[in-house]
Design a protein around this ligand. Structure first.
Ligand SMILES: [Fe+2]
Ligand SMILES: [Fe+2]
Length: 331
């Protein structure tokens, strides 16, 4: 429900952005011709302002007025980026009335993790394809264990850079399929993109407690290049196999986070306070710790496991994803 409200707002703002261009070309031309002189100051507002300040140390207020003159916006002291297009950021508040500080997600994107989900559920591989998926994932665990050993904070951060890829690739391919075939997706495009965004939020959270070294960044760069293309091809050839692989990857993620919790509980990893971004995203209490965050993330992974095994099962039954309504907002 919350996600759909978010998408409705997004759709509304997209419409506002797009409509003047497509529905009032003449009006847009008029504006451009009238404000042609002002346009450079607006379009390059930030750069120009800094250059001018550097050269002359001029009147900042006058500068701001010139910059916003073509956009019809109001100059405010705290406004850093001026816009011709009138896309002022929406003012959002928390439930207690304090200002919402995150721009990467909004209150309607937040939720309480469902910690009651069964973490032990497992899809037993029976068919050849399932066994291939299972052993593909198992074989990837060996180099992962070797590289990270028991550095679970670092391991989580690095693996989330990979985990956020399949949802985006699958969602993109279903999106293109929907366009090509003039058909609905059953909500699966949105469901897979939600998964990708959720995984990316895991990464944004773990970034707060772990700092990647240069060679780890290089590794992410390389792995992303290989994994994105491999998953893209794999999904085109067999979405049944691709979703099964992700289902097993999520089972491994649950295992990794369980090990992470053990390390926190036996004191090998310091149970630091939860990062503020995690407190707001999972609606945790203000005195939450890293342990609470890992519990929430592990619950998310269990939900991703279910979604991907379900998607694979739909294909196994000779059906298409669009025939089974997607589990939207399933966290
Ligand atoms: Fe994740
Ligand atoms: Fe996941």
């Amino acid at each position: 429900m919350m996600m759909s409200r978010g998408y409705t707002r997004l759709a509304s703002s997209m419409f506002t952005m797009v409509s003047p261009r497509f529905f009032s070309t003449a009006a847009t031309r008029g504006v451009l011709s009238n404000d042609m002189v002002k346009a450079p100051a607006v379009g390059l507002g930030v750069r120009c302002r800094s250059s001018m300040a550097a050269i002359g140390g001029g009147d900042k207020e006058q500068e701001k007025k010139q910059a916003v003159g073509g956009g019809g916006g109001s100059a405010k002291d705290d406004k850093e980026i001026v816009s011709y297009w009138g896309l002022d950021p929406t003012k959002v508040s928390k439930e207690d009335g304090s200002p919402w500080k995150w721009t990467c997600f909004r209150p309607w994107d937040t939720y309480r993790a469902d910690l009651s989900i069964d973490l032990k559920k497992h899809h037993a591989p029976v068919t050849v394809l399932d066994k291939m998926a299972y052993w593909t994932v198992k074989s990837l665990r060996w180099p992962t264990d070797l590289f990270f050993q028991r550095r679970y904070g670092c391991r989580a951060m690095m693996l989330e850079t990979v985990a956020a890829v399949p949802g985006m690739v699958g969602g993109m391919l279903l999106h293109c399929k929907s366009l090509r075939r003039f058909e609905h997706s059953g909500g699966w495009i949105k469901a897979l993109l939600e998964e990708a965004e959720n995984e990316r939020m895991h990464l944004m959270t773990f970034m707060e407690v772990s700092d990647p070294r240069w060679y780890e960044r290089a590794l992410v760069f390389s792995v992303q290049g290989v994994f994105f293309n491999a998953y893209f091809l794999g999904y085109i050839i067999s979405p049944k196999f691709a979703h099964r692989v992700v289902g097993y990857l999520e089972e491994e993620a649950i295992h990794s986070y369980t090990e992470f919790l053990k390390e926190l509980d036996n004191g090998n990893i310091e149970n630091v306070p939860a990062p503020p971004i995690a407190i707001d995203y999972w609606r945790l209490s203000p005195n939450s710790t890293l342990r609470d965050v890992v519990l929430a993330v592990r619950a998310d992974e269990a939900h991703h496991r279910d979604v991907n095994h379900f998607a694979s099962d739909i294909h196994y039954q000779g059906r298409q994803l669009k025939e089974a309504p997607a589990p939207l907002g399933y966290h």
